[in-house]
Write a protein that binds this ligand. Sequence first.
Ligand SMILES: [Zn+2]
Length: 336
Amino acid sequence: MRERAVTGKVATIGVDVGGTSISGGLVRDDGEVLATVETPTHVAGVGTALKTLLAVVHDVYAQARAQGWTVDGIGVGLPGPVDVDKGMMSAAAPQNHVPEFHGVPVAEQIQALTELPTFVDNDVNALALGERAFGLGRGAASLAVLAIGTEVGGAFVAGDVLVRGACGFGGELGHVPVNFDGPRCQCGGRGCLGAYLGGRQLAADARQRVRDGASSTLVERAAGDIDAITSSMVFAAAAAGDPLAAGLVDQGCEALAATLAIIVNGLDPELIVITGGVAESLVPLHADLVRRAAAYAFSHPLGSTRIEITPSDKRDTVRGGAALVAYERARRAGSR
Ligand SMILES: [Zn+2]
């Protein structure tokens, strides 16, 4: 790839690809996000995510140039395991949440469009690099990120190195089993955190129990439409004393506490960041989660691990894409 001479105002394009929407932004070297574009992933129909991605990149790049910025690279977070060196997703569905990206050389396509150095990685890996460069993980040599949104993703940085693993599956903390007798998970395993606590799973479990005849205030919260029950309704109903919702939140929190213990005992990081769309509902449960984790984790490392629960913000994932560019430049230059 061609590296350009960079002068004047310099910024990086960060992009987050989700199953629902694609966000892109121009990120300054201090992490400030200057311009953002967000488009539904399949705005042009089924199978059109690449077209949307290229359009988002094109829009952000055009805005950057119009404002006099020199863009030094593009970093993209993709929803599933990624082969970073090949610049594409490394797994088919269900781990790949935008199935049409399987086998598509995403980095190469963006480079062909923009002539800018482009790097891709798993979205939560990019998020962890963003937290380390600009966010809660500044100054931390080791951190774990659990992104609990529609699904559960994870990432881990140790000794200032992102742990990608041999096949790009490193850090999939949401799919480490926490209950060997637990329910099937969408990943194909059994008893993972993701079998209890992704937003989609929690809502699906609540809907199923109501359909099976359990009585719950969730039906009123969803105005009588069982399909409209969401995970945030389940948390709100649990806090208000609804027994069905409280039971689901209880087992979700227990699974999350066991996952925290796996992270603390297995990796002993300085910091654990819990983020994603479900994080807002978990903020009031912070002390309860730490208390539950104490039943599973060594007390000394648990006590010294900073555990932060922070609601997700699209700007964090866009920053993550930008942080990926700096990280990959340094890694490929041989310093990592
Ligand atoms: Zn799983």
